[in-house]
Design a binder for this molecule. Structure first.
Ligand code: ATP
Length: 300
């Protein structure tokens, strides 16, 4: 079942077309990576899913129900983590979650149970300090707990890891992975390695449309070729190869990279090396990465 369906959605600000007949769907219990350059329209899309921004054309459905601008009916299914969540700094995490639960009309018994479950999940159960003393990572973890308080079927995270250090990012990614069986997650980011680590499906928003969508392995297969790398034993050999075989980039004094070359071209290079009785340390095809696939689409 599709938890989210975005159908033929267009959005302009004045004469600036941001989304142009955008279509995509997110299946239940997937972690969907929504990637795109700065200004591609990721936040605009998320705001429209939340009914916070008017759609010019098209339709969005959450859990089979149509999203209507300015109404919050479909938001009962959604948890939202903004890129920089705001809190009342003078509260402890438990006090804050209790307040959120009360505002959303949960019973005090439910609040107590759910809040302590969620604080455990995000590693803040034993934290009794006030939020104003929290690191960015702790705030982001509390933001996830808050977004999950009403047991949403869809969790929308807008750049949840962008401002965090590697440890903080890993903590957030681990939390998102651990809730996959309970909820569907859509998360936007620039950090492609985060997407590679946890996403089941990836969509690249470019020029107002989904330029590429699918599972990571399938997207990597779309790439023409990622080239190969040669590591020589010394500078002289690397210089010689760079002169004799055109198209290299220098990665270090002894390392050459030949971008977008095929396996056949690597074989020819190996023959050249053997015929010239050279010894090298290493030659290998480079693994396609999401970053290369992304760049190929963007640069088209
Ligand atoms: N309220 C608005 N009025 C005018 N233009 C806007 C408005 N909101 C967004 N835009 C423009 O729409 C485009 C898409 O913005 P959006 O914030 O959705 O991009 P994004 O993909 O989330 O980018 P980033 O990764 O930088 O956050 C940008 O060019 C932005 O300047």
């Amino acid at each position: 079942m599709d938890m989210l369906r975005v159908s033929h959605v267009s959005k302009s600000f004045g004469s600036h077309v941001v989304l142009d007949d955008l279509n995509f769907a997110v299946k239940e219990h997937t972690i969907y990576g929504f990637i795109g350059q700065n200004g591609a329209g990721k936040t605009t899309t998320m705001k429209m899913i939340l009914g916070l921004l008017k759609i010019d054309q098209g339709e969005i459905e959450v859990n089979g129900q149509k999203v209507t601008y300015g109404q919050n009916k479909t938001n009962q299914f959604i948890g939202y983590l903004p890129d920089v969540p705001e809190f009342y700094g003078y509260m402890t995490p438990m006090e804050y979650l209790k307040l959120c639960g009360e505002i959303s009309g949960m019973s005090s018994l439910d609040i107590q149970k759910k809040a302590s479950e969620l604080l455990e999940l995000v590693g803040l159960k034993e934290t009794h300090t006030r939020i104003q003393g929290f690191s960015r990572g702790m705030k982001q973890r509390l933001g996830i707990a808050q977004a999950l308080l009403n047991s949403p079927r869809l969790l929308i995270c807008d750049e949840p890891t962008s401002a965090l250090d590697p440890v903080g990012r890993k903590e957030i990614l681990d939390i998102l992975l651990s809730i996959k069986n309970q909820t569907t997650v859509i998360f936007s980011t620039h950090i492609l390695s985060d997407v590679e680590r946890i996403c089941d499906e990836i969509a690249l928003l470019h020029h107002g449309k989904i330029a590429m969508e699918g599972k990571l392995e399938d997207l990597k297969k779309l790439q023409r070729s990622n080239g190969f790398e040669i590591e020589c034993y010394n500078l002289q050999d690397a210089d010689y190869l760079a002169n004799q075989i055109a198209g290299s980039q220098r990665l270090s004094s002894t390392k050459l990279y030949y971008p977008q070359k095929t396996k056949e071209e690597m074989t020819q290079t190996m023959l050249f090396i053997v015929n010239h009785q050279m010894t090298i340390q290493k030659i290998e095809m480079c693994e396609p990465t999401l970053e290369n696939v992304f760049m190929e689409v963007i640069e088209k």
